[in-house]
Design a protein around this ligand. Sequence first.
Ligand code: GDP
Length: 237
Amino acid sequence: MNPDILYRRACCAESRICTSPVSSMSLFRNARFEISIARPQDLPAPDGAEIAFAGRSNAGKSSAINTLVGHTRLAFVSKTPGRTQLINIFRMNNGAALVDLPGYGYAKVPEAIRKQWVRLLEEYLSKRESLIGLILIMDSRHPLTPLDQQMLNWFAPTGRPIHVLLTKSDKLTRGPAMQTLAKVRKDLSAWGDQITVQLFSSLKKTGMNEAEKIVGSWLIPLSESADEATASESTQK
Ligand code: GDP
């Protein structure tokens, strides 16, 4: 049996993750802002599946969220990198949550606050049961920084999927963009199918369908997962 299906099944059973069938084309559309949290200890108890967005400050995370959900300012697009040290939670129509984690790597954040958020990110990414997948945002001109690697090292051992959005791809011409994509895929190939990578531009609105399709596949409803698992078992017999 595909271990990924097993994972989804276990996960759904534990934390009522899959609430309704997912159409990838409308997955993010009309997500509503739910709450902002300023202190790590205020993170609410899980209420369904969570998909987290993480990324270096100024990598284009807020813009990517706004582009995917189809709002211009749902997530705050900062002119001052690192200004918002908040976790913002958005609720999608299917009941799953988008969790916008604080951007990391902004040098001007005071050390004590930086340490507090680093601790939160580690705790959240490595232990949150309801977190079914991570969208990691990287500026396509500066991918895979040491802090990005750190996020991967915290989350990848959970065995859950990670999708990398190489943002601001409009700032690269086609050749260098494709080379960056190939290089990042190669660098992450040791993780096998667990990590997927794509180019994305909030400015040009490119890459949205690919992102929705991949994240949609993380949210296959329980019944469908069970059907897939049964079909897969019977073809193996
Ligand atoms: P965050 O700190 O990761 O949330 O980054 P923001 O979304 O606030 O974006 C940081 C800066 O990059 C802003 O000036 C955005 O307008 C710009 N930006 C974000 N996405 C894109 C993109 O796809 N293309 C271009 N050209 N600029 C972008």
